[in-house]
Write a protein that binds this ligand. Sequence first.
Ligand code: NAD
Length: 418
Amino acid sequence: MSEQEVFNPWEMAQAQLEAVADRIDLDPDIYKMLARPRRELILALPVRMDSGEVEVFTGYRVQHNFALGPTKGGIRYHPGVTLDEVRALSMWMTWKCSAMGLPFGGAKGGVTCQPKDMSQGELERMTRRYASELVAVIGQAVDIPAPDVNTNEQTMAWIMDTISMTKGFSVTGIVTGKPVDVGGSLGRPEATARGCLFAVQNLAGHIDMDLAGARVVIQGFGNAGGNAAWLFEEAGMKVIAVSDSRGAIHNERGLDTRAVLRHKALTGSVIGFSEAEELDPAELMTLDCEVLIPAALENAIGADLADRVSTRIVAEAANGPTTPDADAILFERGIHVIPDIVANAGGVTVSYFEWVQSLQSYFWDEDQVNEQLRSVMDRAVNHVWAVAQAEKSNLRTAAYMQAVARVARVQAMRGLFP
Ligand code: NAD
């Protein structure tokens, strides 16, 4: 990440809500209800490590808002997980589901741990302990987790199995991002990246930009970034640089992204890939390109970097990668930022399709999943573009305005219990 000031994500999320509330004249009572998560669970998770000792990890689940339906949001395993980060991510999920027109509120979960230093057995025991503690607060009509940083299909299968064992029957709708054989959806692993591609293609239409041969730079090479790499290349663009937590690589002629993925699968990192030069990760974000995709963590683009990025589009595959100061600078510089709540919403959108398929036990083919995803992404980007034009605002403000307004409208119609 850049060396500038690091924002507390929860303060950032609250500042964003406050700014939008002013702009849409949000009812002050509804504002008070939206400014805080409905439920926050903090857990001490004792896990027997391979050494025989017990280690106690801290886990969280935060459910921000239920106005639109059950809450939805991923589970993150990372040493930097804090309650404030999980709160922010849960609020962003509320706006994301609303912006995409999905019948979900927002939630998020996480465990503070270093999964890279843990064995599969340790990860499984930690996941099952975490899942068993969540039994009381999640459910297919209540709150439906999904993968996020350092969690994957296997993690979801363990959670689904743990909950099913405690219930006594298989509850497939309790998580999304499951393996296809366990009731997952075709197209889900690539959905975040594919949705990001559809969003970039749609925006390019609005700004009359030709994407053929466009240079793409990607920070982060996991589920979101790694899949974006091959999907953007397959769509006719040139991925010139990528990075992961260990370093960055660059090839101005364009990387063979499938080969980089194989290299990462074999070695654990993108670095050392033979057909590219190594690059200082700090330089990656300022390379000349047409599409810059932050696909790692928060705070990737601060004010200092915002002055120096050299791109036409920033597509936020990661959640919260651009600080509010940086956002203002990018807008002034005429750089189009597709905000996280739209740019990476392909993941939750196909999670919604997976949930529907799980509840019906009726499964779609992959073309149907991708076509429906394209139509949801197009609708959302077109709407956000129109609001931004009308309001003379950036795309983030436009997306927030319509997302917050929808939740507020539903909250007002439902009224206050009791
Ligand atoms: P992941 O664990 O699969 O991959 C994360 C990648 O980021 C890894 O390649 C890691 O090495 C890299 N990384 C970490 N720190 C870095 C750094 N300082 N510089 C460069 N790279 C770094 O996680 P993911 O699921 O791809 O999630 C990435 C982002 O996308 C997160 O912000 C997440 O919230 C967001 N997101 C993911 C999904 C999804 O479906 N997986 C959906 C929506 C949003």
